[in-house]
Design a protein. Structure first.
Length: 226
């Protein structure tokens, strides 16, 4: 997105001709394709931004009629409902959908200002239609690019928080496991050498007690009086 903003700024140069801007528009289209590829990221055979329908890609380029104006076709419309339960018993969501990240919409379904696909598509079209000193369409697209960048930063922040919570949960679980192992060890794992020594001492003392009792006089006072 930073590269797209740089290209947009270059495209506002009034000394450029239609061919120059068309070249910039082609580069913007390439960035849009990169964003589509990112929205279809796969990990271990799963499309991680396709919500609960993770066997289906989220988006593809729209080469035909584009009623929304974002230049793409949404394939997966599934929400992301999966949550992870941490060691403390709480749970939290661990993913966003490609639409939440790249294709922000208004309540009526139109593209919101932070829509990544729409901002790139608008810039690409503006570069194709700009002539001479009329760069108002490109300048207007720059504002949308900045909001789209903020949208991506927000998504990045979400995943940063998820990573922190997962690491905290792993640390908590590891500490709990160590504590439980220590408690179990205190109850079950005896010091064999120490216990054997203690048993030997107990047997010696018991034997001495028996011997002392055996040596005690067995006659009573009545035996002597008789």
């Amino acid at each position: 997105m930073n590269q797209a903003e740089t290209l947009a700024t270059q495209a506002t140069d009034t000394t450029l001709d239609a061919s120059d801007r068309a070249s910039i528009g082609s580069q913007i289209q390439s960035i849009q394709q990169q964003m589509i590829n990112l929205s279809n990221t796969q990990v271990q055979g799963r499309y991680i931004f396709s919500g609960d329908q993770d066997q289906t890609p989220a988006y593809e380029i729209n080469a035909g009629f584009d009623p929304i104006g974002n230049g793409v076709t949404q394939i997966s419309t599934s929400a992301s409902t999966r949550q992870v339960q941490d060691a403390g018993g709480g749970s939290f969501p661990v993913s966003e959908t490609a639409q939440q990240i790249f294709d922000a919409r208004n309540a009526d379904g139109t593209c919101a200002p932070g829509d990544v696909f729409a901002s790139l598509n608008a810039l690409q079209l503006a570069c194709s239609s700009a002539t001479g000193t009329d760069t108002s369409g490109i300048q207007g697209a720059i504002g949308n690019l900045q909001q789209a960048s903020a949208q991506l930063n927000s998504a990045q922040g979400f995943y940063g928080n998820v990573e922190d919570r997962i690491q905290d949960a792993q640390t908590y679980a590891s500490n709990q496991n160590t504590q439980l192992q220590t408690q179990i060890g205190g109850m079950e794992d005896a010091d064999v050498a120490s216990e054997a020594l203690q048993l030997s001492q107990d047997n010696t003392q018991l034997s001495a007690a028996f011997q002392a009792q055996a040596q005690m006089p067995t006659k009573t006072l009545f035996d002597y009086l008789s």
